[in-house]
Design a protein around this ligand. Sequence first.
Ligand code: ASP
Ligand code: MG
Length: 431
Amino acid sequence: MAGSGHRWFELAVLVLSSAEWASIMRYVVQAITQSISPPIVVQKYGGSSVADVAGIQRVAARIAETREQGKQVCVVVSAMGSTTDELLGRARAISEAPPRRELDMLLTCGERASMALLSMAVSERGYQAISFTGSQSGILTNDRHSGARIIEVRPVRVQDELERGRVVIVAGFQGVSYKREITTLGRGGSDTTAVALAAALNAEYCEICSDVEGVFSADPRVVGAARLIEAISHDEMLELATHGARVLHSEAVEFARRSGIALYARATAKSGGGTRIDRVGAEAEASIGVTGQTHLVRVCSDSPHRAEQILGVLDRTRVALLCVRHSRGPAGADSIAVWFGLDDVPDWPEVCDELTRVAGQDAIADSFGQVSVVGRGLGEDPRTIIEVSRVAAEITVPIEEIITSPLRVTAFCRAGDVDDLVAALHRRFCQ
Ligand code: ASP
Ligand code: MG
């Protein structure tokens, strides 16, 4: 046996080139260092956690605690407090429809300020720290300004600095496109930076820390009786996130589902607890939560061949759609209704002008919202739809349209009615 093993080795030496040997050795060394280097943890801190110097100090102390547990720590930060809204406000004071590229240049400054300040605060506590922009961290995106999608993460500099024992602080919400342009990932996108990095770094877990305890059965600011959800599946979380729940950016949930990384949403003020986002949820009951969203636009038309033109404009202006209903009747009749949100359409007046040119002013209405009930099997059960309509009628909220997916029932209504409908549907389905 020993003899044949020896011959195998001799044969391998003859057959493999020196470059191949070098790469095998590199792989072996990497495997050994990875198995002995401490686990990596990714922590994301939201804007309200770093709103002022005191907040930044508290976050630095929390990072130090994790460091003391023997972990390597990579941190992702949002812009301080309402910085992003303030910068957006300044841009709007100059231009009604600010160009998306210039907005991205402007808004990314918010996260840059917090990353540098947090790095200083961590250093003051006696830990080595270094801050990186999204581009320096290897967050590569497509070229859709104001709502780019991450296409690849190459965190080589982050890895190098972690290995040197430093705490690495990354500016959330931003990346660089293959055209070398600075891009942003859409409102709330820092969560996605964190989960994408956690996946690329093969982190032990990723924590999304904010001023709320985790994911609730409804926005606790709207529904006093909202409950904290301890565990929720990726699929249900994705339904909540794409339909207005702001605790987690939807793309972050997609990254978590794809990579299987352990993901928690919890309070900055606590070291544990919160919500675990996992392959399976822990809730016994079918309905998980109710979520609402305003700033929705509906474009609809019944004229022949209009549908293609409307979708063409939305494609050119790179608007992400929430829902489309398109039906073709006899003799070329063509009916379409398209719903989308305005959060990541900062130049809406311009997009609206273009849509008006092809569809006419009457086709566009921009003061809508939607309320969604999310939970296992809800959209497959006709009774849920009957109940949603009944509850809305009871509080005299007119419903424009109801759509379903297996995990969700969504009712579109006027923006001003969203909070009332969230509260009423939460009472009916989650209490
Ligand atoms: N600062 C950005 C925003 O306000 C990104 C984030 O906070 O995740 O949307
Ligand atoms: Mg957020």
